[in-house]
Structure formats: C-alpha cells, structure tokens
Design a protein around this ligand. Structure first.
Ligand SMILES: [Zn+2]
Length: 381
C-alpha cells in the first residue's frame, strides 16, 4: 500500500515516523494484563507529519478490553495493514496537546505551539468506504494508540497531519481530551433520524451513554429516557441531562416508554450497553418506524427477532466511531457552550507512571464511581 494516497483534494501521508536515538517514557501494552511504563525511542517528523506533546489523555473502555482479554483490536501476530506494527504498542487514543515539531509540507494551521486535538482514526484513503468519505468504515481501519504510530500515553508522538484539529482558545486541553468519546455519541445522534421533538431512549450510563445524552441535550431533545442499573451512573445520567432514568431490574422499560409517549413508543433508541435484555427492551420500546441505533461493541453474538422489526417497520442501524465532520462539530459545540457539562466527565486525574494501578485497575474495580480518568502528559496545559 502506498505511503501517500489521495483523500478528496489532498494527499494523506501514511508512513511510519522516523525514530531518533533519544528515548522517552511511554505506557505500552504487551499482551493480556501486561501494561508497562517504559523507555522507548522518541520519534521525529517525516514529511506531512506533526510531533505532539500530549497534555491530557483519557483511558477508554476499549483499552480496558484489550488489557483484560486482548490483544483483540491490537494487532498481535499479523501486522496492522497500514502501520505495519504489532504489540507491544503505546496506548492512548483520547488526547489533546501542543505541537512541538512540524514536518515538511504541513499546512500553516499547524505550527510549533499550536494546541491540537487528535482524531485517532487511521485510514488508507483509497478503499471504497474512504472514497465515500466514510473513513470510520475504512477496510484497513486502525487507531493511533491501538494499531501503532504511538499513542497519547507517551511523552511525545508523531501523527500525520490529517489526524489534527485546532483546539479553540476557550477550550482547555483537559476538556479537549474528551472530544474523542464525545464524538462517538455525537456521530450516533447525527447518523440517526433524530429530531428535537423526539423522545429518545438511551441504554447505559457509562462514558458513551453520557456522551449520547449530552449530544441529545445539545440539540434540545424533548425527552431523554435512560435505562441504567448502577446507582452512581443513574445520578450521572440525571446530571448530564436525562429527563427520566429507569432501572431495568425494577422498571418495565417497554411499559414505561409507552406511558411516557402517549402509547406511541419512543422515536429512537441508542444502545451503549450491548446486552441481550437491553436490546429486546429497546427494540420493543420503539414506535412504528422507529430506529434502534447500536453503538455498543458486543462481547458475544446476540439474538434479534426480525419480526419485532418487520411488523412495526422498525429499523436497526449500526454506527461506528465518527466521521471528520462530527469531530469538528464537537469541538465547535464545546467552544460555543452547547456541550457545557463535558468537564464533569473527568472524575480523576493521574500521572503517567500510575496508569496501571490508579487508571486501569480503578476503572475495572470501581467503574461505578468513575466516568473518565485523565492521565497527565508532558505537554503545557
Ligand atoms: Zn479506506
């Protein structure tokens, strides 16, 4: 595959960054339950590349999945088709920082000292999906911080220019590190037929459920219903804008949704939980011609009864991460105040050498009380 391909009107660089003889600290994933804080070679910029010092980096559910049961997203025996890398790989794909070096041919928007957010999607730019602008569905899709090219959990990393977005002056870099998870919820709402007068049901009050709730609130959603089991997460859901919070272990979700919509059923459901009972409840809570949007990554195969869709002409829609427009829209919404609660997602801040104990293990053992743990990087704040 060529290092440079056309993406619309411009070329994209997809070559590995040159390495220097200097070393730096990084958090690298070596395999199941094997995360190391170690010294690795520091990269420098090739053409079309930018070197970034991360200021803050979030830990994501997919990082935890890799740690507990991986490598699954991370390439292990077969190198990633674009990066050519396998484990060990530097983690961290939710981050923002400051540019410290700029390669040849990079646009004027990105200079040394520019504050940036990185959209971590790696794509080839020339498959059928990329040609349609669906870089999130690229047939060779990868992620900075999961598939190679370093990650946000290191002192420095080098990324191609196409991953960068300018961070507005009024958005602090810790909040900018939330753009990535917020873009997932934003994209789900953007991809659905949602209108502001609609009633939406959101399954799950974890980080992605909360990002859907915030995206719905930013668009003035008339009624947001959330289904969540855990006590703390119910509280978070309310704080972030849910109008009604139901507990699937106590409430009859379908009956309550019908009651809350004058017997019509909800217009759209968003699944950020990925469990069988939730899927059944959500689909049957939908109105005729309602849409079920699946964001969750499922751990095992589920069953869907097609007649539940057929007789009510309901639709099932899968959505994956975000496209470029979603990323910019989230940055704009953070800057103009439509996403004014985002900073409340940050429940803990830790240093890079504490990532395993205070980050990963805390999220695994105390996920109820945590939304987003941010890791402090070497970059200016
Ligand atoms: Zn592609």
């Amino acid at each position: 595959m060529p290092a440079t391909t056309q993406d619309g009107d411009h070329a994209i660089e997809n070559r590995p960054a040159p390495q220097t003889s200097k070393t730096m600290k990084a958090v690298r994933f070596h395999g199941k339950e094997d995360l190391r804080f170690e010294d690795i070679p520091e990269p420098t910029c090739g053409p079309g590349q930018v070197k970034v010092k991360p200021a803050w980096c979030g830990i994501c559910g997919s990082d935890l999945h890799e740690y507990m049961g991986g490598p699954s997203l991370c390439p292990e025996s077969k190198p990633h088709p674009i990066t050519g890398e396998t484990v060990p790989l530097t983690f961290g794909h939710e981050f923002a920082g400051v540019i410290e070096e700029v390669g040849e041919g990079v646009s004027e928007r990105f200079r040394v000292g520019t504050r940036v957010v990185v959209a971590p999607i790696i794509y080839d730019g020339d498959c059928g999906a990329c040609q349609d602008g669906l870089v999130n569905c690229c047939w060779k899709n990868g992620f900075v911080g999961l598939s190679g090219w370093g990650g946000g959990l290191s002192e420095h990393l080098v990324v191609p220019e196409y991953t960068l977005y300018n961070c507005p002056d009024n958005v602090p870099l810790d909040v900018a590190a939330l753009v990535e998870p917020l873009a997932v919820g934003w994209h789900a709402v953007n991809s659905s037929p949602f209108k502001r007068t609609d009633t939406a049901l959101v399954l799950g009050g974890g980080p992605i459920g909360l990002s859907v709730i915030q995206a719905l609130r930013a668009r003035g959603c008339a009624q947001i219903i959330v289904s969540e089991v855990s006590g703390m997460r119910k509280e978070f859901a309310k704080d972030f804008g849910a109008h009604v919070v139901l507990d699937p272990t106590k409430d009859d979700i379908i009956a309550r949704c019908l009651e809350l919509t004058n017997k019509k059923g909800v217009d759209v459901t968003f699944d950020a939980a990925g469990v069988q009972p939730g899927l059944d409840q959500a689909v049957n809570s939908l109105k005729a011609r309602g849409t079920h949007v699946n964001i969750a990554i499922w751990e095992k195969r589920c069953s869907l009864w097609p007649n539940d869709l057929v007789f009510k002409e309901r639709r099932y829609l899968g959505v994956a991460t975000y496209v470029k427009a979603d990323f910019q829209e989230v940055i704009d919404a953070l800057s103009d105040g439509r996403l004014d609660m985002a900073h409340k997602m940050i429940t803990k801040r830790i240093a890079m050498d504490q990532v395993r104990e205070e980050g990963f293990l805390t999220l695994i053992n105390d996920k109820e009380n945590q939304v987003k743990i941010l890791v402090e990087g070497s970059g200016e704040k």
